[in-house]
Design a protein around this ligand. Structure first.
Ligand SMILES: [Mn+2]
Length: 333
């Protein structure tokens, strides 16, 4: 359970020959950017590396990752690598290894590279910096610490992708001087900022816009004097526009942008309960704290959780109560 530093990881990478890269389930921009940046970086500098990602990528990310990963892997295969680099994952349970495998099936050294404040230091080696805006920024700084290794424009673009997406395109509170400096350095290294912005913010099927319009019109709710706004996503609405959940998580920004809202959320049915994403607009209101009460976790300003409850009205009641409690604790209500 020791914490390591960037120079430790830099020498670890230098000393090992082959790496397996894994990230979290439902990968977001930082998970995808940081893992594939690491994959490219290692390959371009003479290391053997493979990525395991047993999930479909959200549509807009596909052009950055050209099918270059394994969708499944056996335990034996995993353990043929020199080490496993696990990037942007807060707990061992969240590692995306497919349906059958778990952390305990990995017997090679596991390096945990992450920035979540609730990281459980589950690796054999742990590089965890919760002050970092994105895991991609940690990957970038680690890459810089390996002096004779090169960072190509392709790798730099993937690193920048992670930083752009985890800072909400430099709009969230984690947009630190450091994050902006890293982004500037990456653009100097040839990262294509315009390509990222066009793919992430200016490219979507018309059906997605219509989905968003109807979601705002008919599925937006508010509580706590308008301080909590959330969209309750119904399967029938997804079906109507042939939209996949993983492609529309940005819809939470519509709730977030409501002037009175301090906490924004989306809620949707998953298995035997409801999955919840939450955002806070005020640093004294921790949605991470709310999430940790209901089988979830994440950052203080952005978190995810799960309510095991079949009835939607009841799940929403539980959620509103928890948000209300947090708003009261922090003196907002
Ligand atoms: Mn992240």
């Amino acid at each position: 359970m020791t914490k390591h530093t960037i120079p430790d990881i830099a020498s670890f990478i230098r000393e090992n020959k082959s790496f397996l890269i894994v990230t979290h389930a439902n990968p977001d921009g930082d998970a995808i950017g940081s893992s594939f940046a690491m994959l490219n970086f290692l390959r371009e500098n003479g290391k053997e590396a493979e990525a395991l990602l047993p999930e479909d990528l959200p549509l807009n990310y596909r052009e950055f990752v050209t099918g270059d990963f394994a969708a499944s892997m056996t335990k034996d295969k995993i353990n043929t690598f020199g080490a496993c680099l696990c990037i942007d994952v807060s707990t061992a349970e969240r590692i995306a290894l497919g349906a059958v495998l778990s952390r305990n099936d990995i017997s090679i050294p596991l390096v945990n590279i992450d920035h979540h404040p609730d990281n459980t230091l589950f690796g054999d080696v742990n590089l965890v910096d919760s002050g970092s805006a994105a895991a991609a920024a940690i990957v970038f700084n680690t890459a810089c610490a390996i002096k004779d290794f090169k960072i190509s424009p392709k790798t730099a673009t993937l690193m920048l992708l992670g930083i752009v997406m985890d800072t909400g395109c430099f709009r969230f509170d984690n947009t630190s001087p450091c994050a902006l400096r890293d982004a500037a350095s990456l653009i100097e290294l040839g990262a294509s900022y315009s390509r990222i912005i066009n793919a992430m913010y200016f490219t979507r099927p018309l059906a997605y816009l219509k989905f968003g319009a109807e979601a705002i019109l008919d599925y937006m709710n508010t509580a706590c004097d308008g301080k909590f706004a959330w969209i309750s996503i119904e399967d029938q609405l997804l079906e109507k526009y042939s939209v996949k959940l993983k492609d529309i998580e940005g819809i939470i920004d519509s709730a977030r942008s409501i002037d009175s809202a301090v906490v924004a959320g989306i809620i949707y049915r998953k298995n035997d309960g409801f999955k919840i994403s939450l955002r806070s607009k005020n640093p004294s209101v921790s949605v991470g704290r709310i999430a940790r009460k209901i089988k979830g976790g994440g950052h203080e300003m952005a978190a995810g959780a799960f309510i095991q409850e079949k009835n939607k009205k009841e799940a929403e009641r539980i959620l509103v109560e928890l948000v209300q409690e947090e708003l009261k604790t922090s003196g907002i209500l």
